[in-house]
Design a protein around this ligand. Structure first.
Ligand SMILES: NC(=O)c1ccc[n+]([C@@H]2O[C@H](COP(=O)([O-])OP(=O)(O)OC[C@H]3O[C@@H](n4cnc5c(N)ncnc54)[C@H](O)[C@@H]3O)[C@@H](O)[C@H]2O)c1
Length: 319
């Protein structure tokens, strides 16, 4: 059980205050959800700069104490968000990158759990499904309290692009990306809907064309979005930060919100013992329940393929 006590300040800690960590801290400050935001980074000087800049925004935004801390300061944090890690270096394989970030997790996860055994771990570092599984293994915490941001971002991208295509508010588009946060992710077309109508029915009822090739293009833009953004500006951080705030909000406010996040999957589509994304109910205890979607055969096969991709690399790392 996470310990949310109204007599204590609502503390959220961020490990890694680079582009994602600092942007998340800013979005969290604007949300007013946290009373204390702790920044930890191996580059403490950089973290101090972020802390100063963020604190100067406090009089103009919401009251909060933003501090650079040590692992001991994680005590009592409701959520610890991990964005620490390195990006791919030129010539480096994906597996080499994973190995480097897994090594970072080997040092930081025991420290987090030592000082904060009761909080919820929220992981954004990539490859997020593999690192969430490793964090779960190393931490010894129940999987309910080890959450990967998973496809919350991909689902947001999917809804944003469908919203533009159909000309309705993205919040009125219900559609999920599941599986890996990455190349093998799966769009769940069979359940995608607007106003409770399957997309093809919605189109027929509203005089719109609904061609398979348009939908295929939308999915490719979702799947390849990170590559396109990184090509143009080096990294992505706004939408993932908004996604992290949304998860933290569902936890701190005990909302029972359904979000696609990465969690421990057992006995779903012949998939076992892996972290992948499905829609999950998120509340103050973390993952209250994983929603077992009724998928069609192609979607089931896609989910299984995601599991194979992720498990292969995870096993190669020795987990
Ligand atoms: N899950 C998602 O949807 C998503 C989206 C965007 C980025 N990301 C991932 O988030 C991670 C961070 O991206 P970024 O753009 O912020 O990178 P960045 O390089 O700007 O920041 C990473 C930070 O981690 C710190 N760090 C490294 N090792 C550390 C350690 N042992 N302890 C504490 N801090 C440490 C670095 O000093 C740096 O400040 C990457 O893995 C990236 O791929 C995930």
């Amino acid at each position: 059980m996470s310990q949310l006590d109204i007599r204590r300040p609502v503390k959220v800690a961020i490990i890694g205050s680079g582009n994602v960590g600092a942007t998340f801290a800013y979005a969290l400050l604007l949300s007013g959800l946290a009373t204390e935001i702790i920044l930890i980074d191996s580059n403490q000087y950089r973290a101090e700069g972020e802390m100063m800049d963020l604190n100067h925004a406090v009089p103009l935004t919401k009251p909060a104490r933003i501090m650079v801390g040590s692992y001991a300061d994680l005590s009592g944090a409701a959520v610890v968000v991990i964005t620490a890690g390195s990006a791919q270096k030129p010539g480096e394989t994906r597996l080499e990158l994973v190995a480097r970030n897994a090594q970072i997790f080997k040092t930081i996860i025991p420290e987090i759990v030592r000082y904060n055994p009761d909080g919820i771990l929220l992981i954004a570092t990539n490859p997020v499904d593999i690192l969430s599984y490793i964090a779960w293994k190393i931490s010894g915490l129940p999987s309910q309290r080890v959450i990967g941001s998973g496809t919350i971002l991909d689902t947001a991208r999917f809804r944003a692009l469908l919203s533009q295509f159909y000309g309705v508010d993205a919040r009125s588009v219900h559609a999920y990306i599941i599986g890996e946060h990455g190349d093998s992710e799966v769009p769940v077309w069979s359940l995608a809907n607007i106003a409770g109508m399957r997309l093809s029915v919605y189109c027929a009822n509203n005089g719109m064309e609904c061609r398979d090739q348009d939908l295929e293009t939308i999915f490719h833009q979702v799947r390849d979005a990170a590559y396109e953004i990184i090509k143009r500006k080096g990294s992505t951080y706004y939408a993932i930060s908004a996604g992290l705030v949304r998860i933290v909000e569902a936890i701190l406010r005990d909302q029972g919100t359904i979000l696609t996040i990465s969690n421990y999957i057992e006995d779903f589509c012949d998939v076992n013992d892996v972290y992948l994304s499905l829609p999950c109910i998120i509340d103050r205890d973390g993952v209250e329940r994983i929603i077992r979607l009724e998928l069609n055969e192609a979607e089931k096969a896609g989910f299984k393929k995601s599991a194979e991709v992720i498990q292969k690399i995870t096993r190669e790392l020795g987990y």
